[in-house]
Write a protein that binds this ligand. Sequence first.
Ligand SMILES: CC(C)(COP(=O)(O)OP(=O)(O)OC[C@H]1O[C@@H](n2cnc3c(N)ncnc32)[C@H](O)[C@@H]1OP(=O)(O)O)[C@@H](O)C(=O)NCCC(=O)NCCS
Length: 413
Amino acid sequence: MSRVEFVQMDHSWRSRYESLTSWTWPSSYAVDELAGLPLPFEWEHSVALADRQDGDRLAAEAAFHPFPDFAVPGGRLPANGLTSVAVQPTYRRQGLLRRMISRYLDMSIARGDALSVLLAQEYGIYGRFGYGHASDVVTLRIPHGTRLAAPRSITDRTDLGVDVDYVSPDRDAPFIHRVQRAQSRPGTPVRELPGFQHRALTSPPAPAQPLRILRVTCHDEPAAYALFNRSQDAGTSVAAVSDWNALGTAAEYTLWQTLLNQDLIDTVEARRVPADSVLTSLLPDPRATSPSLHDDLWARILDVPACLTARRYSADLDLALRINDPLIKANDGVWTLRVVNGTAEVSPATPGVSPDVSLSVAQLSAAYLGRPVLAQATRLGPSDDLVEHTPGSANLLHTALSWPELPGTTWGF
Ligand SMILES: CC(C)(COP(=O)(O)OP(=O)(O)OC[C@H]1O[C@@H](n2cnc3c(N)ncnc32)[C@H](O)[C@@H]1OP(=O)(O)O)[C@@H](O)C(=O)NCCC(=O)NCCS
C-alpha cells in the first residue's frame, strides 16, 4: 500500500533525485558523481512526491528554471521553464504527473510568472495541461567546407574576433550569459543561475571527449558562441552543436563558417536551428544538409492579460476572445483584445458580449510566441481548440500574432 505525498526536496534528497533522473535519462556519470556536480536549479523551484510507506522513496519530481526576462514578440515577461519531469516506473499512470503539474501551476502563478515553457520528451503529454506546440527547430548536417552564401558586407567585416578552445566554465559562463541576455528572438531563455550555467558547461567524463567552445566577439564584446562535441560516428568526424547563440547576421555567419572551415571535421551537425535563421538563409544547397524538423518549445499562458499585454502585434485588432482554460480559472472566460499601433489593451468582456473566436488556452499558447498556426487550424473547421464565430476573425488574430522573427530556442533546458 503506497501513500504518496508532496515533499520539499533539499540537499538531503540529492542522491534520490539523481538516482531517479539517471534512471529516466541514462547518463555516463555514476549517481554519486552526478551528486557532486552543480545542481542546475534551486530546491525551492522543485516539486516532488515521496512514498511515505516505502522509506520516503522519491516517486516523482519536476523542477523549473526562472526566466525573469523571457523574450516574447517585441517585449519581455517573467516566465519559467519546466524541466526534469520524472516519475518512477512503478508509480506511472497513477496520476502523479497530473498532481505535480497542478502544484507547479499554482507555484508559478504565486511567483507572478505569466508564461510556462518546456521541451517535451513525447509529443502527446502536455497538451492536456494547456500547453501548445509553440515553436519548431531544424537539425542540419552540413558538409565540411561548405561556403555560406554571404554578401560581402558580411564577409568583409574586420571588427569580429574568433577563438576556439575547450570549455572553461569560469571563463565562458559570463560570456554566454551576455550573449543570451542580449538576444531578442521570441522564445529565447537565459540561464540566470550560476549552477545552471556551470552544469551546462560541464564536460562528460572520459572516455567521452571534453566539451569545446567557439566564441565570436565584436569590438571585443561577446557576440556569439557555440558549444560542441567531437565524436567519431561510423568513421565520420562530427562536430555536434546543440547550444549556441548569435547576436546579428555577421556574428552568426562567422560562427558557422568558422566551424565549417575546421580541419578534420567531416560534418557540422547544427541542432536547434530556427527555420528563419541566418544559417538557413545562407546555405548554398539546403538539400545537402538533410534538414529535419522537430517541435521545440511548448508554451502555456498562465496569466492571460499579462501575456497579451507584454508582447507587440503585427496588426491592429478589436476582438472578443472566449478562452477556455479548465485548469486556471482566472484565464477562463471572454476577454476583449484591442490592439492600437501594435500595443494591446486586454480586459474581461462586459457580460453578454458575444465572442468572435473561441480558443483553448493550448491553441492560444501555441500562437502566442508567433508560430503561425491559427489560420491553418481555422481551415480544418470547428474543433475543441478553435471555433470562429465571426467570419474572418481568426485570420485577423493570426495576422496580428505573427511576427517577423520566428520563435525558438537555440539551447535546451
Ligand atoms: C511522462 C510521465 C512523466 C507521466 O507521468 P505519470 O505520473 O505516469 O502521468 P499521469 O498518470 O499523471 O498521467 C496524466 C495524463 O497524461 C497521460 N500520459 C502520461 N504519460 C504519457 C505519455 N508518455 N504520452 C502521452 N500521454 C501520457 C496519461 O494518460 C494521463 O492522461 P489523462 O489524465 O488525460 O487520462 C512518466 O511516464 C515518466 O516519467 N516518463 C519518463 C520521463 C518523461 O518522459 N518525462 C517527461 C519529460 S518532458
